[in-house]
Design a protein around this ligand. Sequence first.
Ligand code: GDG
Length: 467
Amino acid sequence: MSRLVIVSNRVTVPEPGHPPPPGGLAVAVHAALKSRPGLWFGWSGKIDDGPAVEPQTVERDNVTYVVTDLSTGDYNEYYTGFANRVLWPILHYRVDLAEFNRSDLGGYLRVNALFADHLAKLLKPDDVIWVHDYHLMPLARELRSRGFNNPIGFFLHIPCPPADLLFTIPKQEQTIGALSHYDLVGFQTENDRNNYGRYLAMSGGHQGRDGTSYAVDGRVVRIGAFPVGIETADLAAVAAETVDSGFTRELRDSLQGRKLVVGVDRLDYSKGIVHRVEGYRHFLEHEANWRNRVTYLQVTPKSRSEIPEYGDMSDDVNRLVSEVNGQFGEAAWTPIRYINRSYPREALAGVFRIAAAALVTPLRDGMNLVAKEYVASQDPADPGVLLLSQFAGAAAELDAALIVNPHETEGMAQALRTALEMPLDERQARFASMFERISRQDIDRWAETFLAKLSETRRSFLIGQLR
Ligand code: GDG
């Protein structure tokens, strides 16, 4: 079996004897590496301005981790600058928040070339390479120019907006356009996939007869939708167990019979936290009988706080939460408990299990794993209700959720009331349909499907070249 080489911006090497760190990408990568020999390459998370040193290699649980440090200039230009202040906002439909500096693009291209230089020393001819996310769009082009003929796939974890928005990316041909150097490019949804197809067609690509491949400058790239999943069975078991843990019991006792509504998101403007709190405020304003009968817990670890747009949004959320608590709170009741810290995965599973409703209302999201995690954690006999934004990739699969438009405050408030008052049989029916889906399309299935398609794509391309 060929070795699988995963490349992502950030690599966290697990501590010996500990499970991999939480977070969407880490779980996904471990699922892909579970059943085959593998290497995972990326940034160590450390900044070092000393003389350049070779990447560090660590072997752990059958996986070879190879990590490299970045300089302050690399970090500022490649990571904070171009990836997170240009690509992230534009791919989340927020051109208004993009801040472009030419030097940042230079840093982005430089770090991609640096990654390719390091990988060139590690790669074997029959390795299969799978690159993850928007930080590394030009990597296949860099590897091909160094003579590598291996199958190389790419998965975009975040949304792909319509072509008109993609054309606003400065030097788009060197970034989003460079995806055409991969054999296979995977997206979260059909909508994302179709947006990219249209972009390729508008950039002079020719769609093949199969509808999924495009000829671009003599190369062939195939595009597809591969909705990412979670470890459904594992999480369901963890949630069933943790419901009796000290942490969950303490939380349940503190509610004093009130219903719990939960939100879990990185503190990011794409997650729509301000809009969500506005929806909750509207609910408390207009559904007076629910005051003092519900508590909303929002768990929001800080993220990318060095970026000004994140600081501004964080200030907005702080102000709004305190306004709502001031307006409706009682001596013995806080309407919103707002926490800027991360909890262990087991604790979150327990929170999900006892929450009567989850608010997953991003303004845009590639998929949103929290939506799936909430469903996986429910008690099938007495499940809670998921409120899900129509703009999360997950909405394409979880259509049995209460689908909401986060821009429509009244609609969100109404949906919250519907959720809290929903009869048991309807809750069970909605849960069963969503649980079946996330069990079938779990994380293992996602990795297998993508990798099978990648091998097939490269094979047919090489045969085509021989003809
Ligand atoms: C990107 C895309 C796509 C969050 N807080 C805590 C915690 N988390 C975990 C969640 C979930 C993960 O982090 C977040 O995943 P999301 O999918 O919700 O969002 P992004 O981080 O923006 O991920 C997204 C994803 O990639 C995968 O392709 O779905 O659209 O934006 O697993 O549970 N985990 C723990 N404590 C916390 O406080 N342990």
